[in-house]
Design a binder for this molecule. Structure first.
Ligand code: MG
Length: 398
């Protein structure tokens, strides 16, 4: 049987989206929305992961703005989608789809077109769509309208009538089209470049297009609220696996060294002795992360015999481990820390330390806690000879 070609539309830049997302601690690998992370993976990759489960799909062509081709290629490769063809999109969604359509195999009878920004697509719904399109020129995935719909008189806010919603459906993607019919529609339909979906083109060219409904939730991510809702939905559905690790570190305090805790310089007459910058707090956090991911301890990664790490910036060491954990499928979701230090008082520094750790772990500050305690004069910490730090880090499966 001839396979179906899949086109993924990956346009739509999002300056405002990016700003709102950053303010909330979210991450985005590139300026377009499809690269915003949903539970640790770009939205586009989530969409492709779902589509890969549909065995009827023989090839995938992605259309992205020209300046996004490089980053797209890199991310696709990183997430195991190296086989996806990438083309430069056009000025409108319809023109982008046309560029991709021209690159699909001429032997494919049908093409599916999907928004890269619909990551929750259920592979079973895609199969149902392919089956449902038989005997027609195309078919779309859609949901029945559930609200009551009012139509107003043009130019006023006065209701003309209540529309019978039994006959109304909200169009989604993927949409399936007979390949040659769609190519023809691009040539014959006036203003084809302005069509907001493929079905409109088929309809305007006189095609028969069916509506196929499904039970899932298939939202298009258009602003950060959609992303947060989708993430909550995804995480709940996955029952995301989490693991917590513990780390502890103690460093001797000595004159002539800077006191650095949580990547933050603390004004004091003594600092931490150590091969690196002696940041006991970041070492505890790093060990907690390593513990949660089952990756050994900090000494195995960064030997204190290695001259490379002499006076090393512990922020960089921690970032390296965050990256390694991500490669193994884990991302931080929470960190709790305690600093035991007799002097000086840490209250003026706690907010800066918290923000720094949050930044290093890629978390909102709300997900990081920094507590400071003295030892009431007891033991080496109490006598001002050392600083000791504890940390818990929780990771979630990406
Ligand atoms: Mg240490």
């Amino acid at each position: 049987m001839l396979k179906v070609s899949l086109i993924v539309a990956g346009g739509g830049s999002g300056q405002r989206f990016r700003k709102a997302l950053k303010a909330r601690g979210g991450r985005m690998a590139a300026p377009t929305k499809i690269f915003a992370e949903l539970a640790g993976k770009p939205v586009l990759i989530r969409s492709l992961d779902a589509m890969r489960k549909v065995s009827e799909i023989g090839e995938i062509v992605l259309a992205v703005p020209k300046d996004q081709i490089r980053i797209s290629r890199m991310l696709l490769k990183k997430h195991g989608h190296g086989g996806v063809k990438i083309v430069a999109g056009g000025k409108t969604r319809a023109l982008s789809v046309l560029q991709a359509l021209k690159r699909t195999a001429g032997s494919a009878r049908s093409v599916l077109v999907h928004d890269g920004a619909r990551p929750l697509i259920d592979p079973e719904a895609v199969r149902k769509l392919i089956r449902g399109a038989q005997g027609a020129d195309g078919a779309i995935l859609a949901s029945p309208l559930t609200g009551t719909v009012k139509q107003i008189r043009p130019g006023s806010m006065e209701i003309e009538k209540t529309v019978d919603r039994r006959f109304l459906f909200s169009a989604e993607t993927p949409q399936l089209a007979n390949r040659s019919f769609l190519l023809r529609a691009y040539k014959t339909v006036a203003d084809a470049e302005l069509a907001t979906d493929e079905s409109s083109l088929l309809e305007a060219a006189g095609g028969r297009v069916k509506v196929v409904t499904h039970e899932g939730w298939n939202p298009k991510i258009t602003d950060y609220k959609d992303l947060e809702l989708a993430e909550a939905y995804w995480t709940r559905g996955q029952g995301a696996e989490t693991r917590t690790g513990f780390g502890r570190d103690i460093h001797r305090l000595s004159e002539g060294r800077r006191l650095i805790l949580g990547g933050t310089v603390i004004a004091h007459d003594k600092g931490c002795l150590g091969h690196s910058d002696g940041d006991a707090l970041l070492h505890a956090v790093t060990d907690a992360l390593l513990g949660a991911a089952g990756m050994g301890d900090i000494g195995e990664w960064y030997s204190d015999k290695d001259p490379k790490f002499k006076n090393a910036d512990s922020s960089k060491l921690l970032l390296g481990i965050v990256k390694q954990a991500a490669l193994r499928g884990w991302r931080p979701v929470h960190a709790d820390t305690v600093i035991h230090l007799e002097k000086p008082k840490l209250s003026p520094f706690k907010a800066a330390i918290r923000a720094k750790i949050a930044g290093l772990l890629g978390l909102p500050v709300e997900a990081v806690s920094v507590k400071a305690k003295t030892m009431e004069g007891l033991g080496p910490v109490g006598e001002g000879l050392a600083v000791s730090c504890d940390a818990l880090v929780t990771l979630q499966r990406i």
